[in-house]
Design a protein around this ligand. Structure first.
Ligand SMILES: Cc1ncc(COP(=O)(O)O)c(C=O)c1O
Length: 268
């Protein structure tokens, strides 16, 4: 199919919820190392890496060999049976994870991992209220769009009660029009204020945030922000969860997402 025919069929048969970059969207057919090729043979230096997911580049021979090896052996069973690789990965993660984190639950996507984390926090604490951040992106399921603090990625109104959005720790465009460190971490104070004013009897299940907000615009909080928030959260009985451990749980590794960069640099 030519580029134009593909685009027409894409528009006809796929939901408009798929956002395509560029007025003339790219059809990528192949990748190798740091490069990808489009359907017309154009070569691009890939700064995007599938929203940072292809951390080892495209078509790394060792990774491809292991995928082929597994697919040739068996494609799918079920978590009702043990698979050696699942146990080996969980063991390897336990050996690396800090703070006595020794067990894993594997999911298929970031959204599913986030759903699971929230469910776990609610079950563990017996509380319902969750503090999240404005500008956050958490996924495309009902719960994760409600956790998201970015109107462009919230197709419906808030449907799940108990989710409260605190000001983002965004020094470059400070929501308090202040400057770090003179601000006294007003953004962390906002978390406490939200807990005290909007939750059931000042108790929460979790504080939930990306270490570096990706879709939100690569927002890196000041160094002492997370420690300050962790102290507040513990005082109010919650658990803190840094998202995008989700990529690890999906067998990939990265932090933040790069939708706001969108940089594929054509080289030929
Ligand atoms: C921070 C963050 N959380 C959650 C998700 C959702 O992950 P998935 O698309 O695998 O459901 C993304 C995806 O880009 C993300 O960047």
């Amino acid at each position: 199919m030519s580029d134009e025919v593909l685009l027409k069929a894409f528009r006809q048969h796929l939901w408009p919820a798929y956002t395509l970059y560029y007025t003339k969207p790219l059809t990528i057919v192949r990748g190798e190392g740091s490069y990808v090729w489009d359907i017309e043979g154009g070569k691009y230096l890939d700064f995007f890496g599938g929203i940072l997911v292809t951390a080892a580049g495209h078509g790394h021979p060792k990774i491809l060999a292991r995928i082929h090896e597994q697919v040739d052996r068996i494609l799918h069973t079920s978590t009702l049976y043990i698979h050696e690789n699942m146990v080996r990965l969980a063991k390897a993660l336990a050996e690396k994870a800090p703070g006595g984190l020794s067990t894993s639950y594997f999911t298929n996507s970031g959204s599913e991992a986030n759903e699971t984390a929230i469910m776990l926090a609610k079950m563990y604490t017996g509380q319902q209220d969750i503090i999240v951040l404005r500008n956050a992106y958490s996924g495309r399921t009902t719960l994760t769009t409600n956790l998201t603090g970015n109107a462009a990625w919230r197709p419906l109104g808030s449907e799940i009660p108990g989710i409260h959005h605190a000001a983002a720790p965004y020094c470059y465009r400070c929501p308090f029009k202040s400057t770090y460190p003179e601000c006294g971490l007003a953004c962390a104070e906002d978390v406490e204020n939200l807990i005290r004013t909007t939750t059931r009897q000042g108790k929460i299940a979790a504080f939930f945030a990306e270490p570096i907000q990706g879709v939100g615009g690569f927002v890196t909080p000041p160094e002492d922000y997370f420690q300050a928030v962790a102290d507040i959260v513990k005082r109010y009985g919650g658990s803190s969860s840094l998202t995008r451990s989700k990529r690890a749980s999906a067998g990939r590794a990265c932090i933040g997402s790069a939708s706001s960069i969108g940089a594929l640099n054509r080289t030929s």
